[in-house]
Every structure is written in structure tokens, then in C-alpha cells.
Design a binder for this molecule. Structure first.
Ligand code: PHE
Ligand code: ZN
Length: 885
């Protein structure tokens, strides 16, 4: 079905007001239908009488006619599952009505006071949108459309209000009462309840509202801003978690300082609260002055968190903090503009982490994520531009495209104008739009004006979906090299024809004899274009898209020796890693598709082993970078490359080829890998080189495991037993869970015993087993779903078992379709409990068109089974129907 033919107007269509679970098709909302809201709501007063199973909300809304909008004599206040207890206008009864789930209140003057009372049951809220209970505490999640589950409201991001909130509840159950902004008053009542009143001076949209009530303690440390203001920074957790909060507090301070230094952004309240909750649909939420975080991105100590977990905490804390300017001070006009805040904020957190941890490795990690998560999305049925044109359920658009490709698009602008001019552009953006709800177009125009660049053609990056392919031809002419580049943006759903886009590429022309060429930036703007570059010497080797300046696929005739040269010699670290990836991709896809002769396979394998040997021996590399060079491309990415043109991906063949290559490397380099493991094992936990050492230790183990399982089992058990940190422990257990050996059961049991009751670590225990290479992984997952610690009600637990399994290429793609069936069963069981999380499983099945016909038919049949079940949430309906279109 063509979604563009069934437009609906968000202001006028009663269907929109239906509850999330509709028997008929949920309507499509179009970007071009945006209209300003008919009323302004400058002031909101909320009064909460809190209880886990019964909370009463009284909302006082000051409303004024919006002179910039069409006249409306009725105000539509969105609701979702709410019943009004009472509604008055200017203190008098009014002739209100319901339109679906929305409250319609007639208003005839220019300004009024509407008072609405509602009653909700937080304990029954399993969707975790709106006000809900988690571990005895109460908290909220309002982005994107959760506020309408708390009270009736103009629940859209372009309606900005000043909030004053009073909350009361039992002091024993909720000793801590938090809201946005500053606490202005508090007190005790005689009946064992207490109350607090909060005021947020910054006008904000409803999606940034937050409230928390619970038994919490804070790790508190003040931050002094650049202008000398002291900010109280608190990280609130349950008492037993307090010892694991230092890293979060330090990360917050580093973020605050970095945003002052690099983007000139100072914090604007005297208080910054972060609260960790264990039931949360996403990573974290940037509510003004009161971030709510998934515990996973707050709690960390070396005994329970890996180095990767530490990095993730730092990155997410930074991300939410940076939203205070890119998201809160300047927010989005409508949800189609989501990338305005998310793409920009992801770029800001990536640049921050590059500065904290080193640019090269962080950039390689970010590119790996883009390839594994965003490229497949851009090539499948759910492909959409970073600024989508339509949706049925906005929760489905918190995607790798909006976030990660959105960041890449802004990074390209930065690469084209340079760091200083980019800063002039962002300064102008923040100045111009402070206090406003802006659009992506506003952002682009501010960069144009502030940085002095014409982005007319560049705007296509916001409108066109699909990963561009750039084909490269090279010819030597005298002492120059002529590079002829062609670009092609593939067709995506609803977008059959694409226009060329400006593609900035950093390039250098090296000489195979060793001379390295100077780097320059070229911009491929036409469908086909030639560039003349100087030669550094004979036998030119082109290093292209250095630093991954553009999110594109480079298509070029492979010269194996050139790639080996680049992998070992290029002066750009990400180009070295790219060359190795390219070497491995062509070998693995060629092997899996049977397109390589035995001779070519042998030569490819030898070249890769040679490149690995060179990385192992290269004394100039640090171990963190060495580890990047030793990671083979993911199976998901290999599927994407294999599925080009008419050729389909064969998951079984990819898996066999990749494991075969690991075994060949592990066999050929057995001694060197063993030596590497021994050297790394001797580096102490707090040694500055310890991080890199821990990374390569486990990479070495997994290569050894492919070649010599018995040897690996012994080594991994040793690593596990000797571990004084979670990185080593989890790495060893990861290798062991893939092996069929005695050590596996023993260490899994001891891990469980040791960490019983620590949810985040028990999540790891589930994940390791769900991701494992073990032949019985499906049976293991089935059994784990019956484990007393498993519950469908906690999103982290669901992700730790089922999402991990859906990302296990071997188990998920089992040839008999058992993996697909299990995931479809999860979607059906989870949809009535938590539709947002259920819908996130659909893309794994949605890739059926790119998979070989046998598996494709099984995957499609599961999608059809879900569709036939009927009564789906809007979230799941949208994803499944798009996947079957
Ligand atoms: N806005 C949050 C972020 O990116 C993500 C989020 C979206 C959280 C929707 C909850 C619900 O930081
Ligand atoms: Zn964000």
C-alpha cells in the first residue's frame, strides 16, 4: 500500500485520537500537513496526588488564542487512555466532549483558564510511557507522546509552556520528590504525606516534562560554570547502587566543561538531576534539569561493568547533557524534525568521546555501528530519510537513520567548512533559535549563513533515503592521477528516483613504493565527475573517504596488494581499518557466494593472514587500535554486501565462511596470538595501557577458539578465574559459551551465583547465552525464557535475552526457521505489554527480501502470521505492514 495516498490531518482527523490499539489501520501523518496550533499555553500548573496504583492529576492551563494560527473555537487536548474527572473553563462548567481519546473544549474568548482533573494507575502502565511505577518508585517518560497519558494537553513539541508543579505523596514510600527546574517550596503534612513545589523558568514542550518520586540517594558534586555559577549535580539511585555512580558524576562534569569549551554552551539552571530507573524503554531522556536514565547508562564499576559499558555511560550522559542546548533550549517544531535534535546531539556526543578517548578508535567504532545498524535499515523496507515525510507511530522513528546518519550528515557539513566556520554556524543557530521550536531547514540555513557556504544541493541529504554508492575509476596522466567518480543513490520505498548529492571525500594518492600523498578534500556533487590529483610517486594507491567523511559505499575494483599496502601503511588510521575490512569483505562474500576460485580464495586468505600478522607485529600501534584492525566485519554487514543487485544473502554460507577465516587466522598465527594473550594478561587493571590490553586479550581468545577449541577453553577458563574486572570476565565467558565444554557450564553457573540479584550483570548472563555460537543456542534461549529471573515486563531483560538472540546471526537464521518463529512469538507476546519494544523486533524479520529464497519465505510467513493475529498496536502494525509491502 502506498502510504502517501492516505493523508490525514493531525488537527482535524478524529481517527488520530483513537487509542494506540486500533482494530482498523492507524492513520498516516504527513510532514506537509504541519499547521501551528490554534492556542498558546504560556503557563501550566500541575498538582499531583501520588500513589502507585492511583494518582490524581489536576492541571490548570492558561490558554490564549494564537494570532499566528487559524482561528479555532474549540481546543483539542490530546489524551491517551484518560477519562476526565472534571473540566472547567474560567471556573465554570463547560460543554466538553470527547473525540476518540482527545478532550474537546469549546472556547470563545481570547484567553481562558482550563482546569482538568484526571486519575491514572501508574502500576498498570506496562508501556512505560507516561507516569509509571518501577521498583516502588514513580517516574515519567513523555517523549514523544507520553504526556497525554498523564493529563489532557496540546501534546506537540511546538507548544512551549512554563511549568509550576506541586506534588504530594507518602513520605515513607517517596522520601524524594523531584521535578524539572528548581524546588521552590516543600513541607510535611500531619497524615504522613509530604509535598514539594517545583518551578521551571524555561518554557518547554510537554515531552520534556518529568517527575520522579521514590526512595533514592544522590551522589552529589557541584560544578562551577564558565561564568562562575555553581550548579548542584546529583545522580540519584537506590541506596545499594550508590557505590557505582562516580563514573556518571565525573562524566557529567566532563560533558559540562566540554560543551563550554567546544560549543560555547553554558548550563542554565542551578540544579542538574539524573535519576536511574531499572524499567526504561530507551537509553535515557533529556527532560529539562531532570534526566531519567536507564540504570544501564548510569551504574559502573570495574567489577560489574566492562570498558565498553564505561564508555557507553560517558557517551549517554554527554548526549543527554548536550540536549540541554540541542533539544531543550532549541527544540523541534514537529516530530518530523527529530534529527534536528538527535542527529546534531549524536554528532556532539561523538566529538566529545573522540576528545576524551582518542579520535581514531572512536571514529572506527562509530563507522562500524553505522554499517551494522544504519546501512541495513537504509537498504530495507523501513528505509526513510533523516527527515521522514510520514509516519503512523513516531516511536518507530527513533532509528539509526535519524540518529546516526543524521549525525553523519551534519558531520559532512563540518568537514566541508572546517571546525571554526562550523562553530560560527552553530553559534548563529543557537542565537537565532534560542527559545524556539525549529526545523531542520532552520538548522541548515543557520550553518549556511554562519559558516558561509551554499547548502542548496546539500539539502537533498535530508530528503533522500538510501546509502549512496560511489564508483571509482583511476587513470594516470603524466604526473597526475585522474579520479573519475560516479554516484548512485538506490531507490527506496516511495522514492524511485534520486538526485545526485554533494559527497565530501578526503582523499590522498600514495605511492606503493612508500611515499605518502598529501590529503585533500574533494566534493563529488554531480552524477559523474573527474578530479585531478598529484602523484606522490610511481604505482599510485588511492586512499579514499579517509576518516569516513561521507556515509557512502565505495565501489572499486579490488587490487589485493593495494589493500594490503593501505592496511599496513596508510597514515590515516580509519583508512587502515577500512582497507582491512575491504579485504575481508571481498574474500568472505566471494567465498560465501562461491564466486571465487580455490586459487583466489587461497590468495585472499593468505593476504588477510599477512595483514593480521603485520598488525600483530607493528610496534607503533597501540593495542586499542590493534584490536580494531583484528575485528572482522560483522555478519549483518556481510549480508548487506552479499545482497547486492540480484544476488541474495546466504546467512549460513556467510557464517561458515567467516568462522572458516577465523579458524585459518587462529591456526596460522597460533603462536603469535598466544604470545599476545600472555603479554596482555600481564598488564594491570589500572595501567593506562590496560584498556587496549583487555580488548586484544579477548579478540585473541576468540580467534584461538575458532582454530583450537580445547586450547581456547583452557585459556578462557584461566582468564575468567584470574579476572579482576568485568571486561576480562565477560570476554572469557563469551568465548566459553560458544564452546561445547565442561568449563562452559561451570563458569556460567559461577557467574550467575556471584552476581545473583544484580540486574545489569544478570542481563549480561542472559545475553552471552543468547548470542552464543553454541549449536544448541535455540534450546538454551527457550529454556532461559522460563528462568525465574526472566520477565517480559522489564525491557532490559527482554533485550538481554530476545533482542540479543535476534542479533545472533547463527541462531536467528537457523535454516529450519525456528529462530524466526521464536522472534515472532516474542513480538506477539510483548505487543500487548510494551508495543514500543515489541516493534523494535520487527526489522530483523523485515529483511527477508534480501535473504536467499528458502529463509526469505520462512521470514515472510512469520510476518504474515503476526499481521493475521490482528489487534496489533500502532507501533507493530506500522513496522509489519511496511515490511510486507
Ligand atoms: N530523546 C532520547 C535521547 O535520545 C531518547 C528517547 C526517546 C528516550 C523516546 C525515551 C523515549 O536521548
Ligand atoms: Zn537524544
Amino acid at each position: 500500500m502506498d502510504i502517501a495516498t492516505t493523508p490525514t490531518n493531525p488537527e482535524g482527523n478524529p481517527e488520530l485520537a483513537d487509542a494506540a490499539r486500533t482494530p482498523h489501520q492507524p492513520p498516516v501523518i504527513l510532514r506537509e500537513y504541519y499547521r501551528p496550533f490554534g492556542w498558546l499555553l504560556p503557563e501550566v500548573k500541575l498538582d499531583f496526588d501520588l500513589g502507585i496504583t492511583r494518582t490524581r492529576v489536576r492541571a490548570e492551563l492558561t490558554v490564549q488564542r494564537n494570532a499566528r494560527a487559524d482561528r479555532a473555537d474549540v481546543i483539542r487536548l490530546n489524551g491517551d487512555g484518560l477519562k476526565p474527572v472534571s473540566v472547567t473553563v474560567d471556573g465554570a462548567a463547560t460543554d466538553w466532549s470527547m473525540d476518540g481519546a482527545d478532550l474537546m473544549v469549546p472556547l470563545h474568548g481570547d484567553s481562558h483558564l482550563i482546569v482538568v482533573e484526571t486519575e491514572i494507575d501508574p502500576a498498570a502502565n506496562t508501556q512505560l510511557m507516561g507516569l509509571y511505577a518501577s521498583n516502588g518508585m514513580l517516574c515519567t517518560q513523555c517523549e514523544a507522546e507520553g504526556f497525554r497519558r498523564i493529563t489532557f494537553f496540546a501534546d506537540r513539541p511546538d507548544v512551549l509552556s512554563t511549568y509550576t508543579v506541586r506534588m504530594a505523596g507518602e513520605k515513607a514510600a517517596f522520601p524524594i520528590l523531584l521535578c524539572n527546574g528548581n524546588r521552590v517550596a516543600e513541607g510535611d503534612n500531619a497524615d504522613g504525606t509530604h509535598w514539594a513545589e517545583w518551578h521551571d523558568p524555561w518554557p518547554k514542550p510537554s515531552y520534556l516534562f518529568a517527575l520522579v518520586a521514590g526512595d533514592l540517594v544522590a551522589n552529589s558534586k557541584p560544578f562551577t560554570t564558565v561564568s562562575g555559577r555553581e550548579v548542584e549535580c546529583n545522580v540519584w539511585v537506590r541506596a545499594e547502587d550508590l557505590a557505582r555512580t562516580d563514573h556518571a558524576v565525573e562524566s557529567l562534569h566532563r560533558s559540562m566543561k566540554w560543551d563550554e569549551d567546544v560549543f560555547g554552551r553554558e548550563y542554565d539552571l542551578d540544579l542538574y538531576n539524573i535519576v536511574a530507573v531499572s524499567d526504561f524503554n530507551m537509553g535515557a531522556m533529556e527532560n529539562k534539569g531532570l534526566n531519567v536514565f536507564n540504570t544501564k547508562y548510569v551504574l559502573a564499576d570495574p567489577d560489574t561493568a566492562t570498558d565498553g559499558d564505561f564508555d557507553a555511560v560517558e557517551g549517554v550522559i554527554a548526549h543527554e547533557y548536550f540536549h540541554n542546548w540541542s533539544g531543550n533550549r532549541v527544540t523541534c517544531r514537529d516530530w518530523f524534525q527529530l534529527s534536528l535534535k538527535e542527529g546534531f546531539t549524536v554528532l556532539r556526543d561523538q566529538l566529545f568521546s573522540q576528545d576524551m578517548r582518542g579520535e581514531a578508535v572512536k571514529r572506527i567504532e562509530d563507522v562500524r555501528i553505522l554499517r551494522a545498524a544504519q546501512f541495513p535499515e537504509d537498504a530495507g523496507p523501513l528505509a526513510h530519510p533523516i527527515r521522514p515525510d510520514s509516519y503512523r507511530e513516531i516511536s518507530n522513528f527513533y532509528t539509526a537513520t535519524v540518529y546516526n546518519k543524521g549525525a553523519e550528515v551534519i558531520r559532512m557539513m563540518r568537514s566541508m567548512v572546517g571546525v571554526e566556520r562550523f562553530r560560527a554556524g552553530t553559534d548563529l543557530y543557537f542565537d537565532r533559535h534560542d527559545g524556539e521550536a525549529a526545523t531542520c531547514e532552520d538548522f541548515v540555513r543557520a550553518i549556511e549563513d554562519g559558516a558561509g557556504i551554499d547548502l542548496a544541493q546539500f539539502r537533498r541529504w535530508y530528503a533522500q533515503a538510501g546509502t549512496p554508492r560511489v564508483t571509482v575509476r583511476e587513470a594516470v596522466a603524466g604526473d597526475s592521477l585522474v579520479l573519475t567518480l560516479k554516484q548512485h543513490v538506490p531507490a527506496t520505498p516511495g522514492q524511485p528516483d534520486k538526485q545526485p548529492m554533494p559527497i565530501p571525500l578526503r582523499v590522498a594518492v600514495h605511492s606503493r613504493l612508500g611515499a605518502l600523498g598529501a590529503e585533500q578534500l574533494i566534493v563529488l556533487a554531480q552524477a559523474e565527475q573527474s578530479f585531478t590529483l598529484p602523484l606522490a610517486g610511481p604505482d599510485p594507491v588511492v586512499s579514499i573517504n579517509r576518516g569516513f567523511t561521507a556515509p557512502v559505499v565505495i565501489d572499486r575494483a579490488l587490487v589485493r596488494d593495494d589493500l594490503v599496502f593501505l592496511a599496513a601503511q596508510d597514515d590515516d588510521p580509519s583508512a587502515r581499518s577500512e582497507a582491512l575490512q575491504e579485504l575481508a569483505v571481498s574474500h568472505l562474500v566471494g567465498t560465501a557466494s562461491g564466486e571465487l576460485s580455490a586459487g583466489e580464495r587461497g590468495a585472499g586468505e593468505a593476504a588477510i593472514i599477512g595483514a593480521f600478522a603485520a598488525s600483530l607485529a607493528d610496534g607503533a600501534l597501540d593495542d586499542a587500535m590493534r584490536g580494531e584492525l583484528m575485528l572482522l566485519p560483522s555478519e549483518t554487514y556481510l549480508f548487506e554486501v552479499m545482497a547486492t543487485g540480484e544476488r541474495k544473502a546466504d546467512p549460513g554460507a556467510i557464517h561458515t565462511a567467516r568462522e572458516g577465516l577465523k579458524a585459518a587466522i587462529g591456526t596460522a598465527l597460533a603462536d603469535a596470538l598466544q604470545a599476545l594473550h600472555t603479554r596482555a594478561a600481564a598488564v594491570a587493571l589500572d595501567d593506562p595501557a590496560g584498556r587496549g590490553a583487555r580488548k586484544i586479550k579477548t579478540i585473541a581468545l576468540s580467534l584461538i577458539a575458532a582454530a583450537n577449541p580445547a586450547r581456547a577453553a583452557t585459556l578462557a577458563a584461566q582468564q575468567y578465574d584470574a579476572a579482576d574486572n568485568m571486561t576480562d570476565r565477560q570476554g572469557a565467558l563469551m568465548v566459553l559459551t560458544g564452546l561445547d565444554c565442561r568449563e562452559r557450564e561451570e563458569r556460567l553457573a559461577s557467574f550467575y551465583q556471584r552476581y545473583k540479584g544484580n540486574d545489569l550483570v544478570i542481563d549480561k548472563w542472559f545475553t552471552l547465552q543468547a548470542l552464543s555460537l553454541h549449536p544448541d543456542v535455540i534450546a538454551h534461549v527457550r529454556k532461559l525464557a522460563e528462568h525465574p529471573d526472566f520477565t517480559m515486563k522489564n525491557p532490559n531483560r527482554v533485550r538481554s535475552l530476545h533482542m540479543a538472540f535476534a542479533g545472533n546471526p547463527k541462531g536467528f537464521h537457523a535454516a529450519d526457521g525456528e529462530g524466526y518463529r521464536m522472534v515472532a512469538d516474542v513480538i506477539l507476546a510483548l505487543d500487548p505489554i510494551n508495543p514500543q519494544t515489541a516493534a523494535r523486533f520487527v526489522p530483523s524479520l523485515g529483511r527477508w527480501r534480501r535473504i536467499e529464497p528458502g529463509r526469505a519465505a520462512l521470514m515472510k510467513a512469520e510476518l504474515e502470521r503476526i499481521m493475521a493475529a490482528g489487534n496489533l498496536s500502532r507501533d507493530t502494525f506500522e513496522q509489519v505492514s511496511r515490511s510486507l509491502d
